[in-house]
Design a protein around this ligand. Sequence first.
Ligand code: BGC
Length: 495
Amino acid sequence: MRFFALGLLAMAACSPTGPVAVFPKSFQFGFATIAYQSEGSLRGDGTRVASNWSEWDELGKIKGGQHNDHGNGFFEGYTTDLDLAASLGANAFSYAIDWARLEPAPGVFDDAELGRIVAIVQAMRARKLRPVIVMFHWVTPTWVQSPKQGIDLLSRSDRAFAEAFVPLVDHVVPALAGLVDDWLTFEEPYSIVGAEYLAGLHPPGKFLDIKSSQRALVNLMYLHARTYHHIHQLDTQDADGDGVAAFVGFENLALESVPLDATSPDDVQAAKHFDYIVNHQFMKGIWEGDIDVDLDGRADNLKTDPPEGHDEELRHTLDFIGLNYYQRMRVEAGGILSKVAPFFGTPHLDVREYDTTLPHSDRYWEISSPGLRTVIEEYSKYGLPMNITENGEADLDDDERPFYILDHLRKAGEAIAAGYDIRGYYYWTISDNFEWNDGIEPRYGLFQVDFTKPNFPRTRTPRAADVFEEVAKRGAIDRALWDRIALPSYPVGPP
Ligand code: BGC
């Protein structure tokens, strides 16, 4: 039955006049956002949340000295964004909670904040948006990580970080168990260690601190595994009646990694190593239970800190994989990180460093929709369902983004037709928000936000919102839409 249905999808997608892609009825067309980026650091009463990120902006570390007080107004106005998402035909919405708001001191929970999250989730359900909750997305209370006080549990060699997180899981999950089935433990281990301990861009702002980055990766494996097990213990209520009470994954930064110079054996080797680090080292930990600290593909070095080895607690702690796919990375075997073990080969470049004539976002991220298919194929080796938990383009003019969305959706549709188990596509993000250390400059939203006005008014993007809406409402990419939106300059084949 399943193969018959897939065959029909494939036939429909291949016919020269039929739709370019057809999605299964159950396909999730969603939006993703997170508390900190859309709500900022102020509480309803005007006091400041004490977090690693509120300190980071107090320390003047955000571009141009910006402060993220209110995000994009989601704190007060979340129903606006949920209405907008539903109006575009979305049937799912992913939201990451903010640990710092919820647990300002160890074991002390803010019930009003938890109540607000319950209300947000109820508001999603009232709009037929399937709620997806992300438990950890980079923001910690200052008792966990404080750039001002030099506190950092994440880089310790014991399990303090994961142990500190478990009480939050135990507090939040029961309150949402009857409303939520889809959970993500946390997101993007490599982005965390890359920005916090290697590039110094995110708190605690360490530069090439290899030891901390290695410890952090392992601590995140334990945060993930413990959260996974606790969610399964605590959420035994099937909220949507499909027979599954809890479906738990994590989001990995899925990058297509290609050598800058395909004829250079060193670049080829560097790209392979980078692919392993970003896409597979963490998976090895939480899927096979093998902790590879020195990033050599094995888990047999007892001299690393922490020592490598196998841990059954970590193994098979995934029900699905969330792929956050944005771009292609070109990797070259030169530059500072290529000399630093074990991150050999990590220098990845953005397009301004090699060829600005290639399609790219406002942030100079090279666009490659075929790369989405590449990472889907790569990750399929784990034999798990996949969900495209984030995909998006920063594009103030909204000139390339319509096609960006359309062609990534097309790749997802083609992959489904070819038999890959892709459950959904979540666009990052519904309304422009605060992009970490880059502040409000990068504009990802399908609704543009005027950050100068107190109520943060939204304006629909001229074209990209139409594309999402048309595909989500039809459950297909019609050829007329394709013909209207396709950009001839993109290196993609005809459908
Ligand atoms: C992160 C988001 C971020 C987006 C765009 C994603 O990988 O999860 O927090 O806003 O990238 O940079």
